[in-house]
Design a binder for this molecule. Structure first.
Ligand code: HEM
Length: 147
């Protein structure tokens, strides 16, 4: 029951972060770069909370290290975890390099990394939502069926 509640909270976080990423992208197109950076910073904080809430306990209990029996599910889980950690490291690096300066000159140079982080972040979140749906609902039975 407690696990389901944490998973529900984590699902909400995933959806909120997803929305924030597109809001952040929209702010970039409106040339509101400081707000763009700040939105990504908040998304990163939520990503860290989500990581601590769900992924870290799974790591600690070694659940992630012992593959689930189903191949597709194990693969989705593995890619989700690897991309999630990569997102965390790269997004944190972008924020640290920016360190809330008003000037966005230095950020402009890291445009390609941002595009990469944006892409892997979206994939991570979508896979996370898929993991939730396969574990706690009957909406995607093909993910968890025996290989
Ligand atoms: C941490 C996660 C971040 C993500 C996921 C992200 C994502 C993006 C994306 C997808 C673009 C569009 C790239 C393109 O047009 O090809 C972009 C552009 C940009 N971002 Fe970020 N961003 C992040 C952090 C930041 C920070 C901290 C700043 C500093 C204020 C910043 C400043 C900019 C600027 C100036 C551009 C425009 C670059 C240009 O068009 O020359 N971003 N970002």
């Amino acid at each position: 029951m407690a696990t389901l509640f944490i998973a529900d909270v984590n699902l909400v976080l995933h959806v909120v972060i997803l929305v924030m990423l597109f809001v952040g992208l929209g702010l970039k197109f409106k040339k509101k770069m400081f707000l763009h950076g700040t939105t990504m910073l908040i998304a990163l904080v939520l990503h860290v909370v989500s990581f601590g809430l769900m992924m870290l306990p799974s790591f600690v209990s070694l659940r992630i290290l012992f593959p689930y029996r189903n191949n597709i599910f194990s693969l989705i889980m593995l890619v989700h975890v690897i991309l999630g950690v990569l997102t965390l490291i790269l997004a944190a690096w972008l924020i640290v390099r920016w360190h809330l300066q008003r000037s966005i000159k230095s950020c402009t140079r890291r445009k390609k990394v941002m595009l990469l982080v944006f892409a892997i972040w979206i994939i991570t979140l979508l896979l996370g939502i898929l993991v939730y749906l396969s574990l706690y609902t009957t909406l995607v039975p093909w993910v968890y069926s025996e290989a």
